[in-house]
Ligand binder design. Structure first.
Ligand code: MG
Length: 382
């Protein structure tokens, strides 16, 4: 089997999400938006899909020259070839682009083997407990504005079945943000609402000083939080070593720091994290996420997977102990997460009443794509 083409189809949909000036998503007025489907096509007619865009420039200059004519089963080699090409194409051949290609290749491989991806890797389970992961704070009445809003939403999440809850607190450009004190007020309200036994996590503003990060950590120690992630710029690994040395709170990272599995290895070696982190989108696909999962297991360290989606879910169902939770969200009181996106016939991460997300048993990544919708709303193909 050989790869004969890679296509990108961009289509229109109506979105109820808006981005603030710092790039965080919130519920807002409906508006026109764009989404893309990337498809890797083989000479045997099998296709692998990823719901994401690759720009025409990088598709023609790097992706197609590396992939066309190759067997899709040589994922590891193809991933390394793309990784090595990043050195001279840093601006365009991002880890996100590697992710799109790698996800589509794994989807294709699963279909070729007639196995869901987690069983192709070697499965440990078919369902994972989820935590409710909120959107960042906002100024919407009854949204995620006040500590009481967070507490009310935490109670809703418990009733829905979520066994754990993570706050993304208020960040700029909202008035009063960032504020470590306000973050703790929200965290305290959630702890009080849910009682002592529910695992709780905080993901605050990412550019606090060491003193502010340590203040958060000490307060979260008292509130018996489960972990905190990314309170400071992750490019300063020394700051995270210092934080870990000064608190018994589990520090989870790195999430957004570049460098794939290499960065995670350095953080573990340096003692800059208690729980290592990364997801398909941060690392460049399922291929490197598996490397980090095995790295974590080798150090008896937990690894919390960043973000949802089918790639992360299949890896979690192939991982043993390091990955405890699936990050389900981002959630908001005004958004119905259970409703599939217009380009899907059903959601990728259905959750039962006990808070377990079930992985698809269909071959590949199991995405139930609404191809008719995509064709009916097509804007551009290349
Ligand atoms: Mg995070």
């Amino acid at each position: 089997m050989k790869i004969v083409d890679v296509t990108v189809e961009t289509f229109h949909y109506r979105s109820g999400m808006v981005r603030d000036s710092d790039g965080h998503g919130h519920p807002g007025p409906e508006h026109d938006a764009r989404q893309s489907l990337t498809t890797i096509i083989t000479d045997e007619g099998l296709k692998g899909y990823a719901i994401a865009n690759i720009s025409k420039g990088v598709l023609e200059s790097v992706i197609k020259p590396v992939l066309l004519g190759e067997s899709p089963h040589y994922r590891e080699r193809l991933w390394h070839q793309l990784k090595e090409r990043q050195r001279l194409n840093l601006a365009t051949l991002t880890d996100k682009v590697l992710t799109v290609v790698d996800l589509a290749l794994w989807d294709l491989a699963g279909k070729a083997a007639n196995l869901p991806v987690h069983k192709l890797i070697g499965a440990t389970r078919d369902k994972v407990p989820a935590y409710a992961s909120t959107m960042c704070g906002d100024d919407l009445e009854g949204g995620l504005n006040t500590p009481e809003d967070y507490a009310n939403f935490a109670l809703w999440s418990r009733d829905r079945g979520y066994p754990a809850f993570k706050l993304h607190t208020k960040q700029p450009p909202y008035a009063g943000a960032p504020s470590a004190k306000a973050d703790i007020e929200a965290c305290a309200a959630v702890r009080e609402a849910l009682g002592p036994d529910v695992p709780l996590m905080l993901d605050p503003f990412h550019y606090y000083s060491r003193e502010e990060a340590l203040y958060l950590a000490k307060e979260l120690e008292h509130l018996e939080y489960y972990w905190m992630e990314e309170p400071m710029d992750e490019h300063s690994m020394s700051s995270y070593v210092w934080l870990c040395e000064n608190t018994r709170l589990a520090i989870c990272g790195p999430e957004t720091a570049e460098g794939k599995m290499h960065t995670r290895a350095e953080w573990i070696k340096a003692g800059a994290c208690d729980i290592v982190r990364g997801g398909v989108g941060d690392l460049g696909g399922i291929t490197p996420l598996l490397k980090v999962a095995h790295l974590a297991e080798s150090f008896n360290m937990r690894m919390e997977v960043h973000g949802g989606g089918p790639g992360n879910l299949h890896v979690l169902c192939a991982m043993g102990f390091p990955g405890e939770f699936y990050e389900r969200g981002l959630l908001h009181p005004f958004v119905d997460y259970e409703k599939p996106a217009p380009w899907l016939n059903k959601i990728n991460d259905p959750m039962d009443d006990e808070g377990f997300v079930h992985v698809s048993q269909e071959p590949g990544l199991g995405q139930d794509i609404n191809f008719d919708y995509i064709q009916a709303n097509l804007l551009e193909t290349y």
